[in-house]
Design a binder for this molecule. Structure first.
Ligand SMILES: [Zn+2]
Length: 87
């Protein structure tokens, strides 16, 4: 869980599936489907921190605590991921 360990992590961009607005730049650990986001791995946050799209206002995730750390569970189908930039 070391954010500075770049082995097998990908930098992805997360977009709203309704209006295509950019939401997060996120450091993801594997190339599987995006189910949740750990708050401490969000590199760039284009939202107002309220888990809704800043452009169309649709909620795209729910707060959840996973392993005593703040996380966001993505609501299925509300976002899409652009590109896996290998680091
Ligand atoms: Zn939107």
């Amino acid at each position: 869980m070391d954010i500075n360990n770049h082995t097998n992590t990908y930098v992805i961009k997360i977009h709203c599936s309704r209006c295509n607005e950019f939401l997060y730049k996120y450091r993801k650990r594997s190339n599987g489907a995006l189910v949740k986001c750990h708050s401490d791995r969000i590199i760039e946050d284009a939202t107002h921190g309220d888990l809704t799209c800043p452009k169309c206002g649709r909620e795209f995730a729910r707060y959840k605590v996973i392993n005593n750390k703040p996380a966001q569970k993505i609501i299925r189908g509300r976002v899409y991921v652009k590109g896996h930039l290998k680091r």
